[in-house]
Write a protein that binds this ligand. Sequence first.
Ligand code: NAG
Ligand code: NAG
Ligand code: NAG
Length: 748
Amino acid sequence: RQVAFVFLGTGTMVVCFKHAGITDSIRDMLKMSVRPPASWSAHARSTRPESPERPLPLFRRPDSKNTTTLLLSDDGFTLFVGAQDAVLSLDVSQPDVITMKTKMDWKPPPDVLHKCTTKGKKETTDCPNFVRVLQPINATHLYACGTFAYNPHDTYMYNDAKGCCPFNPYHRNTAISVDGELFTATTNDFLGKTPMVSRHLSKDGRPDVSQDTSVTLNEPTFVSSASDTSEGKVYFFFSEFGNEYSFLDEFKVARVAQVCKDDIGGERILQKRWTSFAKAELLCRPPKELPFNIIQDVFTLTPSEGYSTQDIIFYGIFTSQWSVASGQSAVCAFRLGDIKDVFAGNYKIFQNHQWSPRMDKSSNLGKCGLDNASDTTLMAVKESFLASGSVRPIGNAPVLNSPDQRYSRIAALRTKAANGQDYTILFLLSESGFLHKAVLLNKDTHIIEEIQVFRQTQLVKNILLSTSKGVLYVGTSEGVTQVPVSQCSSYKSCAQCVLARDPLCGWDPASGHCASVSAIPANARQDVEHGNVMKECQGSLTAKPLPVEVYAQLNEVVRLKCSRSSNLATLSWKSAKASVLPHHLFFHSRDENLVFMATPDTFGIYHCISVERGYEETAAIYTVRQSVSPRVIDTPAVQIRITTTETKDQMTTMMEIPKDMTPDPQSSSEKPEDIVNHKEPLTAKNYHSELVAVSFLLAVCVCVLVLGGLYGWHLQGRYKLGPSDTAEGGYKEENDPLEVSPPSIKAE
Ligand SMILES: *[C@@H]1O[C@H](CO)[C@@H](O)[C@H](O)[C@H]1NC(C)=O
Ligand SMILES: *[C@@H]1O[C@H](CO)[C@@H](O)[C@H](O)[C@H]1NC(C)=O
Ligand SMILES: *[C@@H]1O[C@H](CO)[C@@H](O)[C@H](O)[C@H]1NC(C)=O
């Protein structure tokens, strides 16, 4: 650890990818893609912008705000939503529409609101009741807790719901119900300084249990919780200031904490307090890099049938405390078995405001069933609740490192690919409003696509995955939207279907469609690891597109458009002409369009070639022909006689035009015919006249300078030329070439 901090202090950033040694046996055991460090180039293969033609189902009502606490009923037909001053139940039984069933208003009464505002809180943003916990309690009842004007309330059990949800609606909290009992972690006072991990609604007459106040948590932010029913433990995930690093101020650490679900507290010591509370550090750090030390969200992925709960995997999103990495995030995966090992190991002892290794090995620390333990044992629990070991991620490094996305919420599912191998798919909600869908491969992570879920940046949001329905619900402060986990039919060819490398999608040669693998298990064509189109798509290769005819007049700028089906494809243009003509005649604009001047030499056939993963596909073919225009001779043309260098300059200018010229850059429906034969020559004229204007201004400047100089001369008595003569001369000299050029055109 010392070594680690020497490194931290220097603040060096070394990007290094090392194959972390994860044994094959573990990989076999998990039967899933556990993989070594990710690459930094984590870019989505395809981008699906929010489109009015194919809108995502959205529930949105002006009177239902902050719809961010989500719970799906067991039958999957009803989505309960904790909102501002209300609990809603939404009908989500239809695949493409979300409707409201009922709305239960739950507003603080005027006197409570008044009390809240008198304490200095804002009536419209702080004092409403933000519903923050929704948990199923039994077959007929839900448990709900809301901030209730800085005076937490719940709907059923108590009048006073302190300890279940925060006072401050901007504080995060987590809750999980296990066998009808509710486990919560939240801040629990007006100022939000006192954290609390507790059990409520305890059954069989046993007391509710909470945390010993001497157990210091240092300004924790709780993000998630999970239960392990086999061992009767509940886990909480959070970040807090790590005071074991006493030599580093305000250093945050990501943590996992455990409590035993049946803990009832000690007899004399730790009455109604956890005897099983323990916490440990979670490490998420790329090799030789600063750690990602702030945990944002955790998703618990339970293993496939037949595997032990040791193989429960927690996928966590981490961000960094340091500004050098402020726009980045990482995903680390932790095995429950590894967390258990750390809690079963050695502990530190907190004495004199400092943590040090505990010398005697108390075998009871972190164990369940200490309710009747001796006072000595419970004293040890009181001062030793921090595990010495840290929990390392699977593969000892992040499974995904995003250099440019701050992910905030995560969900994961495991699925069987067409070849029978299990794959994990991650859904990552980014702060920019996109949902990234990534598959963990054996050696890499591939971002299959990014889907724009909302346009404006919305900080308050949540996601809920229903694997059985194949749907993700995204709750934001504005509404609830629904995103299918896959949209295989959007891949129109076998090549696109295979190149997507989506374990959920395969090409069905029988029907000629890209379809859900579960619908066509026998013959789905798919290659998740390599995306080998030649192997999978034999006989189903896409026919070349039909050539598009483009007509252009001589010296007109021709722009040929080629749109990419994948962000990972490289586009190039091929033409017999291009290879014999000087290269500077052709330009790729930034959007990969081909731009050139129509001359007798450049008329001909052009192919746009897209290459992805070694698979080459013709994306577009154009035949550029000369158009007959009888009026061209009579036109008092401005541009025409242009030397090669001038052409280049002019065309470079043209290339920067499209943003202003193309009315709608997104419209891919723009026909190639529209692209050519539009007002390019006109634009050229405009530029020409601007050139004249600029030259004129330059001439004026030169005149002023010359005049100034002459005036100086004049003062010195060396009078030779009249100032007016000079002005005329200067003007003429500067202007001549431009004035003269139109006649030269006419001459031609
Ligand atoms: C569910 O819990 C509520 C609240 O404790 C209780 O009133 C109700 O009877 C319970 N229902 C069942 C079916 O156990
Ligand atoms: C603790 O001791 C009491 C009395 O000695 C006993 O009734 C109870 O069952 C014990 N509890 C546990 C968890 O062993
Ligand atoms: C509620 O939603 C509004 C936007 O509609 C947002 O500005 C605000 O931060 C949200 N409040 C909470 C407590 O989530």
